[in-house]
Design a binder for this molecule. Structure first.
Ligand SMILES: Cc1cc2nc3c(=O)[nH]c(=O)nc-3n(C[C@H](O)[C@H](O)[C@H](O)COP(=O)(O)OP(=O)(O)OC[C@H]3O[C@@H](n4cnc5c(N)ncnc54)[C@H](O)[C@@H]3O)c2cc1C
Length: 471
C-alpha cells in the first residue's frame, strides 16, 4: 500500500488509532479459521464519518478494505487476504438506544453480543440470537455472517432481529436500509440482502435490532442414550406433540468421549452413544408443562440417564457438556476442520449415517454435535489426531479430507441442505458454492457484488470470488 494512503488515513483518524506496527498487523491477520494474511494497516474506527472518508480514499486508490469484529469467524471471512486496510470495529461499541416502547435497540457494530443481551435484560427485554461465541463476537460480525446459535428452532437467527442498517458503501456513500418499524414494505429489502453478506457489500456502522419481552421462566433437561437414533427420535416426537423448545442440542459419542476425557468431573455415562439437551422458556406454567411432557416422552424412549435441572446452577451444569465440546476436541487433536451444514430435519438421520460411512472408509475420525432442532450440524474432522497412526502424512490427510468434504457437501445438497447453516462461506467453502447454486444464481450474486462494489475493494476474494470476472 502506498505511503500516501497511510498518511491520508492518519489525517482522518487520530494517529493513535492508525497503525502499521507489525504487532497490530499480526493481531488482525487471522480469525478462528487459523488462516493468516497480514493487513498493511489497521484502523480502529469509531465514527461513520471516518469509515466514509476512509472508503473514499480506498475507492480512489483501489485499496482492499477488510472489516473485523472479534475475528471469531471460522471460515476466513475476516482475514485480509489481499492486505490493504483493516477496519477494526472493537472501539465502535456503543449501545446507542434501547426502546422498551418500540421493542427496538440501536447499536454500533462492535458491541459484544452478551454485553448487549445483559443490557436489554435490565429493561425486561430479550435479544434471542445466541451464538456459542456470544461472549466475544460482535453484533456487526453476527449481522455480516447471519449468525445462528442455540435458540434458532424457536426464535430464528440474527437475520430475524435486524430491522435496519446504516451502511457505508465502497465509494464512501452512507445509506440507510429498513428502519425502526416492525413492518415495512417500501422498496427492495436491502437489509435482508446485507445480512450474511460477509463484509463484501458494505460496512455496517449502525444496526437497528428487534427485541422481545424477556421470558420469565426456563427449564433445562439432558438425556444420554445408548443409540443416536433415540436422540433423533425424541426430537421428532417432541415437535409432533406440538412442543417447541428454545434449544434442542445433539452430541454424538465422539464428542461425549472427548468431553469425558477433558472433563471427567461431568460424569458422562461410559456407554453413551448420544446426548440431547433440551431447554424451554416462556411463562412458568407453560414451561413446567412442556418440561414435564418432555420427560415423559424421554422416559418412553428409555435413556441411560435423564436429568431435569431444578435451578439455574443445575441448568448451567447440564450445559457444561455442550459448552466443553470445542476445547475437548482440541485436547484430542491438533487440528480440526469444522463444517456447519444444515439439512431439513427429516434428513438428519441419513446424513449422520452417511457420515459414519465416509468417516469409516476415509479413516478420518469424525465428531458431530449441533442443533437437532433446526438441522444445523457441526461436523468436525479430526485431521491431525496424533494417536491415529493409520492416518498417515499430512499430504495424504489433505487429499483424504478433500475427498471427504466433497462427498459430505454433495450429499448434503442432494438431501436438500446447505453448505452453511450459520458460519457463512468465507474462504474455506468458496470453491463448493457451485454445488449449491447454479450458474444463473452465481451470475446474479456477482452482478449484485459488482453493483455495490464495482472496484472489488470490500473483502475481496471471499464467498465466490474465484468466479469474479471484473477484477
Ligand atoms: C468457539 C466458537 C463458537 C462459535 N459459535 C457460533 C454459533 O453458535 N453460531 C454462529 O453463527 N457462529 C458461531 N461462531 C462463528 C463466529 O463467532 C460468527 O461467525 C460471528 O458472527 C463472527 O463475529 P465476529 O464479531 O467475530 O466477526 P468477524 O469474525 O470479525 O467477522 C466475520 C465477518 O463479518 C464481517 N464484518 C464484521 N463486522 C462488520 C461490519 N461492521 N460491517 C460489515 N461486515 C462486518 C467481516 O468482514 C467478516 O466477513 C463460533 C466461533 C467460535 C470460535
Amino acid at each position: 500500500m502506498k505511503s500516501v494512503v497511510y498518511n491520508r488515513l492518519r489525517r482522518i483518524v487520530d494517529a493513535s488509532r492508525v497503525s502499521d506496527a507489525i504487532e497490530d498487523r499480526i493481531v488482525s491477520s487471522y480469525d478462528a479459521s487459523r488462516i493468516k494474511y497480514l493487513p498493511d494497516v489497521v484502523v480502529k474506527i469509531i465514527t461513520t464519518k471516518e469509515v466514509s472518508e476512509i472508503l473514499k480514499i480506498a475507492y480512489t486508490e483501489k485499496v482492499p478494505v477488510y472489516t473485523r469484529g472479534a475475528g471469531s469467524s471460522v471460515t476466513g471471512s475476516a482475514v485480509p487476504v489481499k492486505g490493504g486496510i483493516l477496519l477494526d470495529t472493537s472501539l465502535m461499541n456503543r449501545i446507542v438506544e434501547i426502546s422498551p416502547v418500540d421493542l427496538t435497540a440501536v447499536v454500533e457494530p462492535g458491541v459484544v453480543v452478551t454485553d448487549f443481551q445483559k443490557e436489554v435484560e435490565k429493561y425486561n427485554l430479550f435479544y434471542p440470537p445466541d451464538p456459542a461465541s456470544a461472549d466475544f463476537c460482535t453484533i456487526g460480525g453476527n449481522v455480516a455472517t447471519g449468525a445462528g446459535g442455540l435458540r434458532c428452532i424457536k426464535y430464528g437467527t440474527t437475520r430475524d432481529y435486524v430491522l435496519g442498517l446504516e451502511v457505508v458503501l465502497s465509494d464512501g456513500r452512507i445509506i440507510n436500509t429498513g428502519g425502526g418499524t416492525l413492518k415495512k414494505v417500501s422498496g427492495y429489502d436491502l437489509t435482508r440482502l446485507m445480512v450474511g453478506s460477509e463484509g463484501t457489500l458494505g460496512i455496517f456502522t449502525r444496526i437497528i435490532l428487534r427485541l422481545i419481552p424477556k421470558p420469565t421462566a426456563e427449564s433445562t433437561i439432558s438425556a444420554f442414550f445408548d443409540t443416536p437414533d433415540k436422540a433423533i427420535e425424541f426430537g421428532v416426537l417432541l415437535l409432533e406433540k406440538g412442543i417447541l423448545p428454545r434449544s434442542l442440542e445433539f452430541m454424538d459419542r465422539a464428542c461425549l468421549m472427548a468431553v469425558n476425557k477433558y472433563r471427567p468431573d461431568l460424569k458422562i455415562p461410559p456407554t453413551s452413544q448420544a446426548m440431547i439437551l433440551v431447554e424451554f422458556d416462556g411463562q412458568p406454567e407453560d414451561v413446567n408443562n412442556q418440561a414435564t411432557q418432555s420427560c415423559k416422552l424421554l422416559e418412553g424412549i428409555q435413556p441411560i440417564t435423564l436429568k431435569r435441572a431444578v435451578n439455574k446452577e443445575e441448568a448451567k451444569y447440564l450445559w457444561s457438556v455442550r459448552k466443553a465440546i470445542s476445547a475437548a476436541l482440541y485436547s484430542i487433536t491438533t487440528q480440526k476442520i469444522s463444517e456447519d451444514i444444515c439439512v431439513p430435519r427429516h434428513a438428519i438421520k441419513p446424513i449422520l449415517s452417511y457420515l459414519n460411512e465416509i468417516g469409516a472408509s476415509s479413516g478420518i475420525p469424525v465428531a458431530v454435535f449441533g442443533h437437532l432442532g433446526d438441522g444445523n450440524l457441526h461436523i468436525n474432522f479430526l485431521v491431525s489426531n496424533p494417536s491415529d497412526r493409520a492416518f498417515g502424512t499430512s499430504k495424504e490427510q489433505e487429499a483424504r479430507l478433500a475427498g471427504v468434504l466433497d462427498k459430505l457437501f454433495t450429499k448434503t445438497i442432494k438431501l436438500g441442505g446447505t453448505l452453511s447453516g450459520e458460519h457463512g462461506i468465507g474462504m474455506t467453502k468458496a470453491k463448493y458454492l457451485p454445488l449449491e447454486w447454479g450458474r444463473d444464481e452465481i451470475e446474479l450474486f456477482r452482478a449484485i457484488k459488482q453493483l455495490f462494489d464495482p472496484k472489488n475493494i470490500l473483502n475481496p476474494d471471499k464467498i465466490f470470488s474465484q468466479y469474479d470476472v471484473w477484477v
